[in-house]
Design a protein around this ligand. Structure first.
Ligand code: ADP
Length: 158
């Protein structure tokens, strides 16, 4: 049974993340979305809010679950019997950091491989930060996030 982890902050989940989640879920038997609860950057949403939004938008994917984690990713992966870490790559700017993380994680646990999925061309500019900035100033985020996230941010910034 192939189990993969897709880790991130998801503050909040965007259509770019959803695209990666869907594609990864087709490649493995079970996909765990790992929501980082001790992020260095101060998140807008609590870990519970981020998890609720992810659950609401992925509930139709039967082999996907959402869970919080803190500490080392490789330890979380080992605890969940996952052998694959999934990350999305948007641009060269992501690459250097992602390569360093993949190599670090492999040096910590050689049984866990990181795989990268190239962003859907429609979402290559999209990040949670961009979404938050637009929403904060009352801009239209309809095409960028799932409807439940749009509603959530609208009420948050009202
Ligand atoms: P982190 O704080 O770990 O970078 P994010 O929530 O920003 O967490 O992103 C989680 C993962 O999703 C990362 O691998 C990131 O590169 C990827 N990702 C974010 N936005 C997109 C997008 N628009 N298209 C593809 N992958 C994305």
């Amino acid at each position: 049974m192939k189990i993969a982890i897709y880790p991130g902050s998801f503050d909040p989940v965007t259509n770019g993340h959803i695209d990666i989640i869907f594609r990864a879920s087709e490649m493995v038997d079970h996909l765990i979305i790992g929501v980082l609860s001790n992020v260095k950057k101060q998140p807008l949403l609590t870990v519970e809010e981020r998890i609720d939004l992810l659950k609401a938008t992925t509930k139709y994917l039967k082999n996907v679950e959402v869970e919080a984690f803190s500490g080392l990713l490789v330890d979380f992966a080992a605890k969940k019997n996952a052998t694959i870490i999934v990350r999305g790559l948007r641009a060269m700017s992501d690459f250097e950091y992602e390569l360093q993380m993949a190599q670090t994680n492999r040096s910590l646990n050689k049984n866990i491989e990181t795989i990268f999925l190239a962003t859907n061309i429609h979402y290559s500019f999209l990040s949670s930060s961009v979404v938050k900035e637009i929403a904060m100033f009352g801009g239209d985020i309809h095409a960028l996030v799932p409807p439940v996230v749009e509603e959530y941010l609208k009420s948050k910034f009202k």
